[in-house]
Design a protein around this ligand. Structure first.
Ligand code: PLP
Length: 361
């Protein structure tokens, strides 16, 4: 393979380290690692294979993601968070031994009418305030009863909910959602799961029978108030490219599309081979840092598809061919997200196919 300028390096040791840190926070909980959306951009198969022996289950959003990891040989428990919406999808879940979330009455009807050879493992999702997926609390007992009478359903039925505001560490919305969830499910023996990364960190009482960390496994913090470093999480993905040209511009000259940045003094620029075609955010603001030779250098001008420009006036030692870190080990992705007015999730998920992946064990 020809070495591309733009590549990500995946640190599998960091991934496993983060699993240990999550377990230290919630030692009594089973850990379901969320690897939807191509494992948050890190590569579904590679991450699934690296996690399968250190977590208790994996979770994906969609059936095709579950099938892909089964076909890659992953053996443990896999939950499909969106479940099925048609009979043939239910049959796929069964064929590949994937567990399903039930979040609407329509799914229940499909399940009741299906002739399944092997019982499927079910998680009832209760909507406690997110108002996206999930049955309403008042439907719970009927749904549970109907599921218990379904021959195609395994007898141990689990319960889950999802928080809308777990990263808001001051408000009371998470506590209210949790109380409702516990109230609705209290008379039942099934296992409970509510916490995503933010809740695992900020709301200890949400660390129930199962926790469902996503972002924090990849070494980023979901909370503005706490950095990944403070949480002792290590970045799994580092995005690199190279300086491909140096250029001098004079005071008053405009740089890049739209001429949105104008040099206020004679300036040395570096052109770096990375752009929104790789997943670097187009809306990254002037001054968003990149790391070259361990020095922070500011972005100037608009991000284009294949290139960005950086101000090297203070760093005359930097040369064509020098490696550039866009985020990762030494430059938190949260900081770049802040610079682009987005969240770390979108940056990690947004890495595109042309970016080469190098795995560091
Ligand atoms: C994505 C997702 C998670 C993981 O969320 P993070 O914020 O990345 O930890 C957990 N549960 C459900 C239902 C999800 O969709």
């Amino acid at each position: 393979m020809i070495q591309a300028a733009a590549h990500i390096e995946l640190n599998i040791n960091a991934l496993r380290h983060n699993v240990r840190k999550v377990r230290e926070l919630a030692p009594k909980s089973n850990l379901m690692a969320v690897i939807k959306a191509n494992a948050y951009g890190h590569g579904l198969i590679c991450v699934a294979n690296s996690l399968t022996d250190v977590v208790d289950a994996l979770a994906v959003a969609r059936i095709d993601e579950g099938i892909r990891i089964r076909e890659a040989g992953v053996q443990g428990r896999i939950l499909v968070l969106q479940g099925f919406s048609q009979l043939d999808e239910l049959e796929l879940l069964q064929r590949y031994q994937l567990e399903s979330v039930i979040h609407t009455e329509q799914q229940l009807s499909i399940l009741e009418s299906a002739m399944l050879q092997r019982a499927i493992s079910i998680w009832i999702k209760i909507d406690t305030g997110m108002n996206r997926l999930g049955i309403r609390p008042e439907q719970f007992s009927v749904v549970l009863q109907r599921l218990q009478q379904c021959s195609g359903v395994q007898p141990e039925i689990n319960f889950m909910t999802h928080f809308a505001n777990a990263d808001d560490i001051q408000g009371d919305k998470t506590t209210r959602q949790l109380q409702l969830f516990n109230e609705v499910t209290k008379l039942n023996v099934g296992q409970r799961s509510s916490a995503n990364s933010a809740a695992i960190i900020a709301w200890p009482e949400t660390r129930q029978d199962w926790i469902r960390p996503g972002l924090m496994l990849y070494g980023a913090s979901p909370l503005l108030q706490q950095t990944a470093q403070q949480l002792m999480l290590l970045p799994v993905m580092s995005l690199y490219s190279q300086v491909i040209a140096l250029k001098q511009v004079k005071k008053g000259e405009a740089v890049g599309y739209g001429g949105s940045w104008v040099a206020d003094k004679d300036t040395s620029l570096g052109v770096v081979s990375i752009g929104y075609g790789d997943g670097y955010p187009r809306y990254a603001k002037q001054g968003t840092p990149v790391l070259i030779n361990n020095k922070r250098v500011p972005l100037v001008g608009r991000v284009s598809m294949d290139m960005i420009t950086v101000d090297l006036t203070e760093h005359t030692d930097i040369q064509v061919g020098d490696q550039v870190l866009l985020w990762g080990d030494g430059l938190p992705v949260e900081e770049i997200a802040a610079g682009a007015e987005t969240i770390p999730y979108t940056l990690l998920c947004g890495i595109t196919r042309r970016v080469q992946v190098m795995v560091k064990d």
